[in-house]
Design a protein around this ligand. Structure first.
Ligand code: ADP
Length: 492
């Protein structure tokens, strides 16, 4: 007997082999194996059924014959008269009568094997479907049932032996067995072929999928899998795979655009810095004015570059879900007040006023919230000519758990075509005009960052703007609970 280790090794080898086998081969084998088991099972059941019905039929015939003789004896007939009459047993049932000494005194079929022969061939363990009150003997060519009944006639005890051949149809049964075996083998082969054919057909889309996946490269991301016309699991897989490719392609294109835009943005300050360093190397030592202008311009460009890099890093961290957000309970009015107060030092010739500032508690990251408000305020300053007005207010919405923060300016405004795009990365509405206002060039990243922060806090941003008239950004900030002031307003 193989040892436990040997068994484990064999099992590991089998698993390794199955792991390397193609799915189609696995399905074919499984399909054929299942059908094989079903065929074997039905053949066995059929065989047992046929045998059991033969046994049952023989048993019934013996019982009827016994019953008939018993009835006639109880009606007063003598055994001799019964044996001399016709049809005292059913056709096929053999009767042998012995006296008290065991001597055979009557037999209705002289060619039938003797009692001794039948007894010598008695089966010790008859099949489970055989009647336990009868005996089964198995001779060379056939099996037979045997039942005994004792009767009393004219003061003498006689033993009546009833026999019935069970499998006289031996030839038929052997034939049946051969046919069943042949059907099983043919069925198995058909199952193998059909399984192979079906699994090859069913798995074709998967093979196509593999082929397409192999062909997809960075340069050829537009390839898609052909979706089968029927809506089954494989069609679903193909659709899902195509959707995944759509997303990957979009992400990849966005990444490409991002890299090229970022490089483009960085090229300008680097060129300016290089230009000024050339100027400084030539005239810097002799001309003090050139020296000062050069140093100050290089510093400005370097600061712009630093800001741009900070923003790029922020978005990169956000994309990788590494940008840290620590939310806590805050008083929004205090936050708005603090940001506006600080911003007042940087508005130059603009006027910045804070109107209504309702109280309301929010659950948010204070650093990000300040950064977001600053982006809107800095834009308002950047895109509003000197002397313009910037108005901030924070109003609670009666019946809603929302605070609406408004940042309004009377600056250059945003055209309706641009309004849907200004939140895209690096998008700037008409850069030439932008530069003209206060000569402050933007990067086109501020609003992307603001929108990311808003999304992290469930804040909805709406924009109302008209070219030449100004812009109003409306931020709907969710409150932890309905603002008290609004509650009072509602009750009034
Ligand atoms: P930038 O660094 O260019 O300001 P943003 O992403 O913050 O980048 O803004 C994108 C564009 O949206 C700006 O270039 C500008 O054209 C437009 N914009 C943003 N805010 C305003 C505003 N308050 N008034 C007019 N235009 C604005």
């Amino acid at each position: 007997m193989p040892s436990r280790n040997e068994c484990q090794r064999q099992w590991t080898r089998l698993r390794h082999f199955l792991g390397q086998t193609k799915i189609s081969t696995k399905i074919t084998c499984l399909y054929a194996a299942i059908l094989f088991v079903i065929l074997i099972f039905t053949s066995i059941i059929m065989g047992i059924g046929v045998y059991a019905s033969f046994y049952h039929q023989s048993e019934t015939e013996i019982h009827i014959s016994m019953e008939h003789i018993r009835n006639r004896l109880s009606d007063g007939d003598h055994l001799g008269d019964i044996l001399n009459s016709e049809n005292f047993v059913l056709p096929g049932v053999i009767l042998s009568v012995t006296d008290i000494t065991g001597q055979v005194i009557y037999k209705n079929d002289m060619h039938y094997p003797s009692l001794a022969t039948i007894e010598a061939h008695r089966v010790k363990n008859p099949p489970f479907w055989a009647n336990r009150s009868m005996e089964v003997s198995k001779l060379d060519k056939f099996s037979l049932y045997h039942a005994t009944m004792n009767v009393m006639d004219e003061g003498q005890i006689y033993q009546l032996h009833f026999f019935r051949t069970i499998t006289a149809e031996q030839g038929f049964l052997a034939h049946l067995q051969r046919v069943l075996f042949l059907i099983t083998i043919i069925g198995f082969l058909i199952a193998l072929l059909a399984g192979y054919f079906l699994s090859s057909r069913i798995l074709k889309p998967i093979r196509d999928l593999t082929q397409t996946a192999r062909k997809i490269e960075v340069e050829r991301m537009d390839r898609r899998i052909e979706v089968p016309p029927v809506h089954d699991e494989l069609a679903e897989l193909a659709i899902t795979f195509n959707h995944m490719l759509d997303r990957l392609e979009a992400g990849f294109r966005q990444q490409q655009r991002f890299v090229s835009d970022a490089s483009h943005e960085l090229r300008t300050p680097v060129t300016v810095i290089l230009g000024y360093s050339d100027l400084l190397s030539r005239w810097g030592s002799s001309d003090k004015e050139v020296l000062e202008e050069g140093i100050s311009s290089i510093r400005t460009e370097a600061e712009d570059m630093q800001q741009l890099i900070e923003k790029l890093l922020f978005l990169a961290r956000a994309d990788q879900k590494r940008q840290v957000i620590h939310k806590e309970y805050l008083e929004l009015s205090e936050l708005v007040d603090a940001v506006v107060r600080k911003m007042k030092f940087a508005v130059g010739k603009h006027s910045l006023t804070l109107g209504e500032n309702d109280e309301g508690r929010i659950f948010a990251d204070p650093v990000s919230m300040r950064q977001m408000l600053r982006i809107f305020l800095e834009n308002a300053v950047k895109y509003t000519p000197d002397g313009g007005h910037i108005q901030v207010s924070s109003k609670c919405m009666p019946g809603e758990q929302i605070m609406q923060v408004e940042i309004a300016d009377d600056g250059i405004g945003i055209s309706s075509e641009d309004q849907g795009k200004i939140f895209d990365r690096f998008y700037r509405a008409d850069p030439s005009r932008t530069k003209a206002v206060g000569s402050v060039g933007g990067t086109g990243l501020g609003l992307s960052i603001a929108r990311w922060i808003a999304d992290q806090h469930g804040i909805q941003i709406n924009l109302v703007s008209e070219l030449g008239k100004g812009s109003t950004f409306l931020l709907k900030i969710p409150l932890v609970e309905e603002a008290e002031a609004c509650g009072e307003l509602e009750h009034e």
